[in-house]
Design a binder for this molecule. Structure first.
Ligand SMILES: NC(=O)c1ccc[n+]([C@@H]2O[C@H](COP(=O)([O-])OP(=O)(O)OC[C@H]3O[C@@H](n4cnc5c(N)ncnc54)[C@H](O)[C@@H]3O)[C@@H](O)[C@H]2O)c1
Length: 345
């Protein structure tokens, strides 16, 4: 990648976006621009060597004017409402923050000479097909968030076919690590478990905790999204990124608790409590990463116990965070998890 090229990272104050900005600057990229509306990200995540603008990408005209001015050649799009489990209760804002905001960036970027889009999608596009998911499977999302990500992917391909910009699609899953928003009660199971314990409260597990996931430490994601932007042979490709070893949520809970209580004596008030499964939650979801291993040289370097150790050390320094609930759920019914309606955490 030509390091003098103008790069834009959306979601630059967010967890993965801020690590990406740091990585690009460390690699010597000279013109790294970032935007974020700070709805889920933090000012403290913003790299001072980047050129940051606070902007809500749902504001179509402001976004167009911004892109007209910056004229980025490479865009890493990470801005999103990534609260997958909540999206059934906020279908409009999820679609606005994901699909619409993406088009509000992409369309003016194409008109201003975009060379390459690196879109961060999600494993949610596979829905409830049988894992491990591989990139040849069709997209079959089962929830509103997954629908928005699948639509963003499809729009990228269609507009690239017609307007001839290059693109790569990354599908990470369950990324965790320092810099993550601990105050979000709707997503990031690792962060929620840690923040509950920091607040001296138990955490909640939806269902019986036997559902399986694979978890990616942030340092095992950032180098590969950068590589995806650099390697010419990956144009138009889709990559799953993430470890293939899966854990049940109960196993994850044990690992987090062990980090706080190494002797195994968990105070009774901090034992996890179980709640009904959230509607449409996919039971088992993990991917193969064979393609990323072969083409991007992907490998897992931080296993879950080690990653949790690092994240807990960071979180303890940060201290307990108050959970920030969203007051405008668009649909509240008996199906809405009590953790959100009753603000249990
Ligand atoms: N963390 C994961 O496990 C994971 C897994 C799969 C995919 N992803 C995708 O990766 C990307 C980054 O996720 P993350 O975990 O860093 O989440 P994050 O919430 O930390 O980052 C997203 C950022 O987007 C910003 N944002 C939201 N709406 C915006 C808007 N309208 N205008 C401008 N900025 C806006 C938020 O303020 C936030 O800083 C997202 O696209 C997410 O869907 C994340």
């Amino acid at each position: 990648m030509d390091k003098s090229k103008r790069i834009l990272v959306t979601g630059a104050a967010g967890f993965m976006g801020s690590h990406l900005v740091d990585g690009l600057i460390e690699q010597g990229c000279l013109e790294v621009y970032g935007v974020d509306d700070l709805s889920g990200g933090y000012e403290s995540n913003i790299n001072p060597k980047s050129k940051f603008t606070q902007l809500d990408l749902r504001e179509k005209n402001k976004t167009r004017d911004y892109i007209n001015e910056v004229k980025p050649k490479i865009v890493f799009h990470l801005a999103a409402d990534a609260t997958e489990g909540r999206s059934q209760f906020t279908p409009i804002s999820c679609t606005e923050r994901n699909y619409f905001a993406y088009l509000y960036v992409l369309v003016p970027a194409i008109k201003n000479g975009l060379e390459k889009m690196i879109l961060t999608s999600s494993m949610s596009v596979y829905g409830s097909q049988t894992p491990p998911f591989d990139e040849t499977m069709p997209t079959a999302p089962d929830d509103i968030y997954g629908v928005s990500k699948a639509a963003m992917e499809k729009a990228t391909k269609i507009l690239s076919d017609v307007h001839k910009f290059k693109y790569v699609i990354m599908r990470p899953h369950n990324v965790y690590g320092p810099g993550q928003n601990l105050s979000d009660p709707y997503r990031n199971v690792v962060g929620i478990f840690i923040n509950c314990l920091l607040n001296n409260k138990n955490f909640y597990i939806y269902g019986d905790g036997a559902q399986k996931r694979a978890f990616s430490y942030i340092d095992d994601f950032t180098p590969y999204i950068i590589k995806a932007a650099i390697l010419p042979e990956v144009e138009g490709e889709i990559f799953n990124i993430g470890p293939t070893k899966e854990y049940t949520i109960n196993e994850l809970a044990d690992i987090v608790l062990k980090e706080f209580f190494p002797d195994g004596n968990v105070p009774s008030h901090l034992a996890p409590k179980y709640l009904p499964m959230r509607p449409l939650e996919v039971l088992n979801a993990w991917c193969t990463a064979d393609k990323a291993k072969k083409i991007l040289g992907y490998q897992t370097s931080v296993d879950l116990a080690e990653g949790i150790k690092k994240m807990v050390a960071w979180a303890k320094k940060l201290g307990p965070q108050k959970f920030r609930y969203l007051d405008d759920l668009e649909i509240v019914t008996d199906e809405t998890p009590s953790t959100w309606v009753e603000k249990l955490m």
